[in-house]
Structures are given as structure tokens and as C-alpha cells.
Design a protein around this ligand. Structure first.
Ligand code: COA
Length: 385
């Protein structure tokens, strides 16, 4: 296998983007990444696009071809990748595997979602759960995560304030990110007093409904300096599956796919959680951020709430978690999220993250999950090969 590097990365602004179409967004992200890599479109051999549901959100399928055409990149192979909210993470993994295997040299991994064109996004998002056993019974993602939150509070004595604290950190970082959907700080009180969505979770515990796209370019590590002075190296790219339905799990407070994918990633990269300074984790709801910092091994199971309360996940804490603002504040255009996470870690490791820069960031990790964790993709990135 060849070593792989990220040599270009770009994210559009995330938010309610009424003046931009689905195709505008992904073309903007793709061109941004190509410029960032000092390449031309002709240098690309292939592209993978993470998208959860162009069909339900904008009535558009056959997205690979659409995007190749509108980026001016036809006839290169262009493949859509779908794994609910983990679509972006898996698109990145496909691109990395294509380069590592020697099949292609320069590959774009992009992700896009345009969610705000539908009146109610909830049924479309719920398509990522088990239709027969969950969605058709009226269960939505906020309510699934609400059950996980209740169970974590019951099993470990985690407080409502500690869970809310994850969203507070996201907004604090998002306030420094000009591309974030929400660029304002919030308090624990504000979270606790915001509109109830699915008890115990309130609106300020939830990631928003978002439009946006992101793209990265990967190439063989041996060629990386041709395109970037500070290539960021892929140390591990892993993926694991778990039952799609929550009720089939052994535990409601551990996302086993994250545990498995991350342990494998640590092995491959030859690092431990202590070697990582910066993480972008999948906080589609505040409780999921808390589960992630435990499942990734940053904190012992049951101790994540205390770690949040003690400021350990802040930019100057033990490990900086979601310096971009995370899904909560940066926004969560489903298929784009996994690529936006990789983009943020790339900027952080290059030292290009401006006001939200994490000092001394050398090794970073991304964790991107689909649904309640039926799919998990983990990437470890590093300044050093
Ligand atoms: N965080 C902070 N503010 C939010 C927000 C969020 N998650 N969602 C909406 N808002 C704000 C809007 O900006 C708007 O503010 P404004 O009045 O100042 O413009 C206001 O709240 C009302 O927005 P609206 O779009 O009407 O909210 P909504 O009630 O339709 O949607 C949720 C709120 C929580 C239902 C929606 O954000 C949601 O479904 N989130 C979860 C998405 C999801 O499940 N993703 C996949 C996870 S697996």
C-alpha cells in the first residue's frame, strides 16, 4: 500500500443558503480544494462524493455524473457514496483506498447536502434509521438520541448540565469560525431553557438543518510536496458497522462501531489517544459528542460529562474537541460533514486555522457516524509521515 496525503481542502460556508443550489455548493467546494492543491482539474483521476439524500432533499439522484459535469471534470469517474451522515467519511475513505492501492493518483473526496429546500427535513433524515422498527413507529433521531442521553444519565450519573456543556464548547469555537452556521456563544442555562425537542434534549442540544459542501484532494505521499508545502498525511482510515436499530444494541451508551474503528485506527497509526491534540467528532446531538469522547478513548466510559465540566475538551484543554464548532455550531449538511471534519483537521495541522488554531496540533482525528452509529468512519491525520 502507498502512503497517502491530503494536499487540498476547502469548505463552503454552512447554513441556510437560499442563493446557492445543490450543484453550486459542491462545485464551489471542489474548485476551492483544487486551487488549494495548486492543481488543475486535468490533474484529477477520479472523484467520490458523499451525499446522504439528494433524492429526498432536492429530488436529485445520479449525483456523481451531475457533479462531474458541473465541475467541468467529465469524463473522469465520479462515484456517489452513501452511508447516511457518514457519507462524507466513507467518500474520503474510498478516495484514500483508491490512492493507497495504486489504482489512481490524484483523487477528490467531496461531500454535499442541501437540506433547507424541504418544508420538514425530519422524515428525510429519519430515512437513515431502521424504517420498519424505528421511523414507521414515529421515532426520530432527536428521540433516539434522547433515549441514549437518559440512559447515560441513569448509568453514570451524568448531569443535564454536563451534556449541555458539549454544545456550549461547540458554539464557543463556532463563534471563531467564519464558515460556521452559528457564530455566537451560548451558555449552559441557554441550552437548558431552550425549546424542548425530545426530552431531555432541547433545540440547543441539536445540530441544525444545513446546506453546505466540502472537498479534499488526496494523492500519493511521495508526490505531495509537488502540490503543497504542508501536506497532511493519512495515518489511518478505518470503518466499522453496528446494528442500524438502537434496540438491537448491547448498550445504549456505547457506540460500538466508533470503538472498533478507532481502536483499529490507533493500531494502524501506532498512536494512542494521548498522542492526539485535536479531534473533530460527530456531535449531531450534544449527547453524541459526549459518547464520542468516551468511545474514542479520550476519557473513560462514564467520565465524559465530568471532562466537559472540567474544561478538558476546550481548545486549551487536554484535547481540543471540535475547534470548528462541530456539527452543533459549524452546521451539519449530512453528506458534507465527514469531509468538513477532515478539512478542519487539515487546517489545524497546517497551522492555518486562524483564531481557532489549536496550539501545537501535530496529530488529529475525525469520527463521523451514520444514524445512531450503524456506520462509523475514523481518520487519523498527521503533520509527519
Ligand atoms: N441550534 C440552534 N438554533 C437553531 C437550531 C439548532 N439546532 N435549529 C434551528 N435554530 C434556530 C433557527 O436559526 C431559527 O432562528 P431565528 O428565528 O433566529 O432565525 C429558529 O431556531 C427556528 O428555526 P427553525 O428552522 O424553525 O427550527 P425547527 O424547529 O424547524 O428545527 C430542529 C429545529 C431541532 C428540529 C432541527 O434543527 C433539527 O431537526 N435538528 C436535528 C437535525 C438532525 O437530526 N440531523 C441528523 C442527526 S443524526
Amino acid at each position: 500500500m502507498r502512503d497517502v496525503a491530503i494536499v487540498g481542502a476547502f469548505q463552503t460556508k454552512f447554513g441556510e443558503l437560499w442563493d446557492k443550489s445543490f450543484r453550486d455548493l459542491v462545485v464551489e467546494a471542489g474548485i476551492g480544494a483544487i486551487y488549494d492543491a495548486n492543481m488543475g482539474g486535468d490533474d484529477l483521476d477520479s472523484m467520490y462524493i458523499g451525499n446522504m439524500s439528494g433524492g429526498l432533499f432536492v429530488g436529485q439522484e445520479h449525483i456523481g455524473s451531475l457533479i462531474a459535469e458541473h465541475s467541468g471534470l467529465t469524463p473522469i469517474p465520479s462515484t456517489r457514496v452513501e452511508a447516511a451522515c457518514a457519507s462524507g467519511g466513507l467518500a474520503l475513505r474510498q478516495a484514500i483506498m483508491a490512492v493507497a492501492s495504486g489504482f489512481y493518483d490524484n483523487v477528490m473526496a467531496a461531500g454535499v447536502e442541501k437540506m433547507t429546500d424541504v418544508v420538514d427535513a425530519t422524515p428525510a433524515i429519519a430515512a437513515a434509521s431502521d424504517q420498519e422498527w424505528e421511523a414507521q413507529q414515529g421515532v426520530t433521531f432527536p428521540s433516539l438520541y434522547a433515549m441514549m442521553a437518559r440512559r447515560h444519565m441513569y448509568e453514570y450519573g451524568t448531569t443535564r448540565e454536563q451534556i449541555a456543556g458539549f454544545a456550549v464548547v461547540g458554539h464557543k469555537n463556532g463563534a471563531l469560525n467564519p464558515k460556521a452556521q452559528f457564530q455566537r456563544e451560548i451558555s449552559v442555562d441557554a441550552v437548558l431553557n431552550s425549546t424542548k425537542v425530545a426530552s431531555p434534549l432541547n433545540i440547543l442540544d441539536c445540530s441544525p438543518v444545513s446546506d453546505g459542501a466540502s472537498a479534499v484532494i488526496v494523492c500519493p505521499a511521495e508526490d505531495a510536496k509537488k502540490y503543497s508545502d504542508t501536506p497532511i498525511y493519512v495515518k489511518a482510515s478505518t470503518q466499522a458497522s453496528e446494528s442500524i436499530a438502537l434496540h438491537s444494541r448491547k448498550s445504549l451508551t456505547t457506540i460500538e462501531s466508533t470503538v472498533l474503528a478507532s481502536r483499529k485506527a490507533y493500531d494502524i497509526a501506532g498512536v494512542t489517544p494521548k498522542d492526539i491534540q485535536v479531534a473533530e467528532v460527530h456531535d449531531c446531538f450534544s449527547i453524541n459528542g459526549l459518547l464520542a469522547i468516551e468511545d474514542l478513548g479520550f476519557f473513560e466510559k462514564g467520565k465524559g460529562g465530568q471532562a466537559i465540566e472540567d474544561g478538558e475538551i476546550e481548545r486549551d484543554g487536554t484535547i481540543a474537541v471540535n475547534p470548528s464548532g462541530g456539527l452543533k455550531a459549524r452546521g451539519h449538511p449530512l453528506g458534507a460533514t465527514g469531509i468538513a471534519q477532515a478539512t478542519e483537521i487539515t487546517l489545524q495541522l497546517r497551522g492555518d486555522a486562524d483564531k481557532r488554531q489549536v496550539d501545537g496540533a501535530e496529530v488529529g482525528i475525525t469520527q463521523n457516524i451514520g444514524g445512531t452509529g450503524g456506520t462509523a468512519a475514523v481518520h487519523i491525520l498527521s503533520r509527519d509521515l
